[in-house]
Write a protein that binds this ligand. Structure first.
Ligand SMILES: CC(C)(COP(=O)(O)OP(=O)(O)OC[C@H]1O[C@@H](n2cnc3c(N)ncnc32)[C@H](O)[C@@H]1OP(=O)(O)O)[C@@H](O)C(=O)NCCC(=O)NCCS
Length: 182
């Protein structure tokens, strides 16, 4: 049994430890981390998956970014403990984020990752969306939370510190709220 909970301050070091285990040393030197500098993750889109014993099996955090003038979610990092990989835990985490992001009113999601893996969730190649170098443009992928959300959205991917400035309480975050149809 896997239980998902929103990450809290009490989970922070367990999450960091799992990222350290699952990614190569120096992960924070990756260009995507420059987009996270001094910006808090979107608290309501950060999840921890624990097994029946309470052991952390998988984690995901997400940050706001701008693509040109448009706000987007930069999905990930997502990581699953090596002993729990292949059980669908990343899928549970990613789908949870996509569903919750839609509920919160976000329109588009992007990430830097392997298309052969992420296409199963509906991610597609983005053209004209430029990550800080060095990034392989073939790994820049997008997802529509609303139809056509990426149409005409191009430009440099930049930090969104006005959306989630670091230094506010970790669990506080700004998200646009989806307005229910009348
Ligand atoms: C990538 C990762 C998150 C997947 O977690 P997971 O819980 O094992 O994923 P799921 O169980 O949902 O999916 C497993 C499937 O994805 C496939 N898969 C995993 N990584 C893949 C990749 N890079 N390319 C293509 N397929 C991949 C597996 O072969 C498996 O295929 P199957 O369903 O046909 O058996 C996990 O392997 C991990 O933590 N890796 C290290 C960190 C990382 O690279 N994170 C992603 C980049 S942000």
């Amino acid at each position: 049994m896997i239980e998902l909970t929103q990450e809290t301050v009490h989970d922070w070091w367990e999450v960091e430890a799992l990222y350290d285990l699952c990614f190569a040393p120096g992960r924070t030197a990756l260009s995507s981390y420059r987009l996270r500098d001094d910006v808090d993750p979107i608290a309501s889109l950060c999840f921890v998956a624990r097994d029946a014993e309470g052991i952390v099996a998988g984690v995901i955090r997400n940050w706001p970014v701008y693509v040109g003038d448009h706000l987007a979610i930069l999905l990930g990092p997502v990581a699953v403990h090596p002993t729990r990989q292949g059980e669908g835990i990343a899928g549970i985490l990613i789908r949870k984020v996509l569903n919750r992001a839609w509920e919160l009113g976000w329109s588009r999601v992007m990430l830097v990752g392997d298309y052969p893996y992420y296409r199963r969730y509906g991610f597609f190649h983005l053209s004209g969306v430029v990550m800080p170098p060095p990034t392989n443009p073939d790994r820049v992928l997008g997802y529509d939370l609303v139809p056509g959300a990426w149409v005409g959205v191009t430009g440099n991917v930049t930090r969104a510190p006005d959306c989630n400035p670091r230094g506010r309480p970790y669990l506080e975050s700004h998200e646009p709220k989806r307005v229910s149809p009348a």
